[in-house]
Design a protein around this ligand. Structure first.
Ligand SMILES: Cc1cc2nc3c(=O)[nH]c(=O)nc-3n(C[C@H](O)[C@H](O)[C@H](O)COP(=O)(O)OP(=O)(O)OC[C@H]3O[C@@H](n4cnc5c(N)ncnc54)[C@H](O)[C@@H]3O)c2cc1C
Length: 401
């Protein structure tokens, strides 16, 4: 049976992010194997996250992850749109600060990580391999695959988790990248949430509905029809494509365009999924290991931070390693706040558009970007709490239904 020091199950975002760190020369004496069922990588998703720039007027930026070469776009402004009760016009909370909203198309990331891995002699990406079982043995972990077994001293498992807690929600979305005949998009501004598509019927059905628009040029954009729903709601009655079609016509007067790429997702938003300590021989990583923010389903930023921390821990004290990722108090606060937030959505879905609009219009943009990225300071947290409606949040904090 082949043996290795570290096996990474799953070569997706978390698996490849960790493999890219372990491909650094400082790990050259480690045998690392990544096991991935896919035989070929394609653009199956687009990751966005907030990245801090050193100053508004400078392109210098704080290094965040090893994949800067894969960044395709960056928006210095972002907005949330909402219409107050009885108001005739929609308002936009447009924000800009030291953080930009940045985008990495998955195919660029896969190509870059494959190149990083193949340039090292000690890390190997084994494609077309599906793991069926892991068994802890006295001398390591036996990983059973459809291509034989592998023995590893330490395993990082990024397979998605099928089991969600009763507090979980799902973010369902479908959309596409389009090329229009005329210039209609404002290139520097990302629309993170446009609640103009949201109706009373959506809230009555316990759903939160918005559209997401990322302009890629004045004629090109990625647009997604997005729903936060309970785990049991498969959104089978939702016609995502016609939602987008009507939206494009209403907002941009756009009827003629070509779809150049499609994507969809169902992201778990589960506050019960938390990163585990690096104490056992099998460590869950990725969204299934709690590296996705429960209130947004976003995982890119947290995954990068966690992979840096894991690599440093491994280098420092393998095989006895301790906690990784967030300092405990920070993790506790953000997981608790996400749990309360999801309970507010469950109890009062109709409030969601105003809550998001108030957050984006009143919390200073840098504080909000840090909060949404899971790196809020205590002052940031205080500002976010101050922007939330007190009674629904207090009720959700103390009563579960
Ligand atoms: C369309 C889409 C858009 C998204 N947009 C964003 C965004 O803008 N920002 C953001 O932060 N997050 C976003 N996310 C959420 C999140 O970042 C991704 O889901 C992310 O890929 C999670 O990383 P992961 O490593 O946990 O899972 P994955 O990237 O899905 O990797 C899991 C890997 O495990 C492999 N695997 C599965 N079963 C086995 C098995 N039996 N044996 C071996 N390997 C196996 C899979 O093939 C896969 O490669 C998006 C998700 C989707 C789907």
């Amino acid at each position: 049976m082949e043996t290795c020091d570290v096996a990474i199950i799953g070569g997706g975002l978390a698996g490849l992010s960790l493999a890219a760190r372990l491909a650094e020369p400082r790990f050259k004496n480690w045998r690392v194997r990544v096991l991935e069922p896919r035989t070929e990588y394609v653009r199956d998703r687009t990751w966005c996250y907030w990245a801090k720039h050193a100053a508004n007027d400078s392109h210098e930026r704080a290094p965040l992850h090893p994949f800067l070469a894969s960044v395709a776009m960056c928006w210095p402004q972002w907005e949330v749109m909402y219409r107050a009760d009885n108001a005739s016009e929609y308002e936009a909370a447009v924000r800009t600060g030291r953080y930009s909203y940045e985008m990495i198309p998955a195919d660029r990331f896969y190509t870059q990580t494959e190149r990083l891995i193949s340039s090292s002699s000690h890390v190997k990406l084994l494609k077309g391999v599906t793991v069926s079982e892991t068994v802890i043995r006295p001398d390591g972990v036996e990983i059973k695959t459809d291509d034989g077994s592998l023995n590893a001293a330490l395993v990082f498992d990024s397979r998605p988790t099928a089991k969600l807690s009763s507090a979980a929600w799902i973010q369902r979305f479908q959309g596409f990248e389009l090329e229009a005949d005329e210039p209609v998009f404002e290139l520097h501004r990302a629309t993170l949430m446009d609640f103009s598509v949201s109706s009373a019927a959506d809230s009555e059905a316990g759903r939160v509905h918005f559209i997401y628009v990322l302009p890629l040029s004045d004629r090109r954009a990625l647009i997604e029809d997005t729903w936060f729903v309970s785990v049991s709601d498969a959104c089978n009655d939702v016609d995502y494509q016609s939602q987008i079609k009507h939206y494009l016509k209403r907002r941009y007067g756009l009827e003629n365009y070509r779809v150049v790429h499609r994507e969809e997702g169902a992201l778990p938003m589960d506050p019960a999924l938390r990163p585990s300590a690096l104490t056992s021989r099998i460590v869950k990583i990725g969204a299934g290991g709690g590296m996705a923010r429960a209130s947004s389903g976003y995982a890119f930023f947290e995954t990068q931070r966690a992979c840096d921390a894991i690599a440093d821990k491994l280098m420092a004290q393998f095989p006895v390693v301790g906690e990784f990722s967030l300092p405990r108090w920070r993790g506790d606060i953000s997981y608790w706040m996400d749990a309360v937030f999801l309970r507010v959505l469950a109890q009062r879905p109709a409030l969601a558009p105003k809550i998001f609009f108030d957050l984006f219009s009143t919390v200073p943009p840098d504080a909000l970007a840090r909060f949404l990225s899971g790196v809020a300071t205590p002052f940031d947290v205080a500002k976010v709490i101050a922007a939330c409606p007190k009674i629904p949040f207090l009720k959700a904090a103390f009563f579960r239904s």
